[in-house]
Design a protein around this ligand. Sequence first.
Ligand SMILES: Nc1ncnc2c1ncn2[C@@H]1O[C@H](COP(=O)(O)OP(=O)(O)OP(=O)(O)O)[C@@H](O)[C@H]1O
Length: 460
Amino acid sequence: MNSFTILWESVLKKLEAFYSQNNNSFGFTTYVRVLSPEYEENGIFFFKVPNEYYKEQIQERFLWKIAETLKESVFAETGKNRPIDVRVLTPKELDEQLMLSKSTYTPLGSNTMISLNPNYTFDTFVVGSSNNLAHAASLAVANAPGFAYNPLFIYGGVGLGKTHLMHAIGNRILEGNPGAKIIYITSESFTNEFIESIQRNSQEAFRAKFRTADVLMIDDIQFIAKAQRTQEELFHTFNTLYESDKQIIFSSDKPPSEIPKLEERLLSRFNSGLLTDIRLPDYETRVAILKNKVPMIKEKIRCSLDIEEEVLHYIASKEDSNIRDLEGALKKVIASAQLENSLSSINMEIARRALKDFFVEPVVKTITPKLVIRCVCEYYDISEDDIYSKKKNREIAFPRQVVMYLLKHLTDFTNKKICECVGLKDHSTAIYAYDKVASLIKTDAEVQSAVNDIISKIKE
Ligand SMILES: Nc1ncnc2c1ncn2[C@@H]1O[C@H](COP(=O)(O)OP(=O)(O)OP(=O)(O)O)[C@@H](O)[C@H]1O
């Protein structure tokens, strides 16, 4: 057993006790126990999970507690209260990470709350027509934080460089002012920290941390919409920082006006600064970005082979790919050449072999009413006929409501169609069922686990 595995054993015991006290032993056994501790590097603890679904569940529901318990245990063992980070990776991501793991990701400044990636700088950011405005605005903010555009709101699809630009701003500010207190955090972590501060009655410390920042950057702010009290807290944090000319930066996958359930007063504050978007890059920019990434990836993988230009054009030819996917494809090609012990340069033959899946459109599983009903019935151990029947006892009525909830959650069916799927006529029944199950998911751990398990079965 290595030291991480031993540490994890003791952390698991604490987590088991915690989730049992909170009536969520099921969640613990189903998700937390599944985590496989892999290795630790520079305070980052890497875990493997079977697939994306587990990753999502663990990140959304359990990660904050895992990180907290791990941190406490590290402190108890070493006496050092050092920052730690937890990464949950699928087997594929872990393989890639292992190839890259020999370097990088050290915090830049001691005052940075979460480490900024030193590779995410303006120098490594390729500018094209899809991102030139976001780049120019970010540069202006980095040169005059608190004064150029406040707040700066960068939005656009996944993997297009929003985080890169935020870190670049942070890194540039630290170059000129190493003492600046820069906080980069995802909205999910912000929410989790806030919840934790309520649980521990330490809201003052939470406020002291965020309201004294020189620069506050919150990534993926769209996720804050589901957390009402966190929105309120953010509103006050925003006002405090804004009034003292401290820079605030947000990123999101959509513009503020399209974020559902965003409070009006936050919306107006987000809109009060500069909104700038990043779009999918054109072919030339894609090739330029890949060219730019080659030396970095080769260095990390310790690969000295040359890569033929044609290969970069081949990867960039995948039109609708975001940059993270293109970068992933490039890493895969370089890593494959390395693993194959290739002696020649990295050519099209190697690239084609490595990327045979990359160019195949993923098969999206169609979610049909039949599939949903079958999974729900299996879970509650009732017959499919019961769902269509007129029976009103709870053992049948509740699974029927779960079916309606899932159909609304997982498909774009109308309420009318959802009712028809379970043999009902009045479409308001579907609305009622959805609201009821959605609110139970928030308050009842058992319902939450049941719904999650059924969803994972449906998506299997
Ligand atoms: N213009 C660019 N030049 C160089 N690298 C880029 C550029 N745009 C994106 N990248 C790279 O693409 C990868 C994904 O970028 P990033 O993580 O910033 O995306 P994102 O928009 O924040 O995505 P998400 O919404 O999923 O968080 C990173 O490795 C980043 O360095």
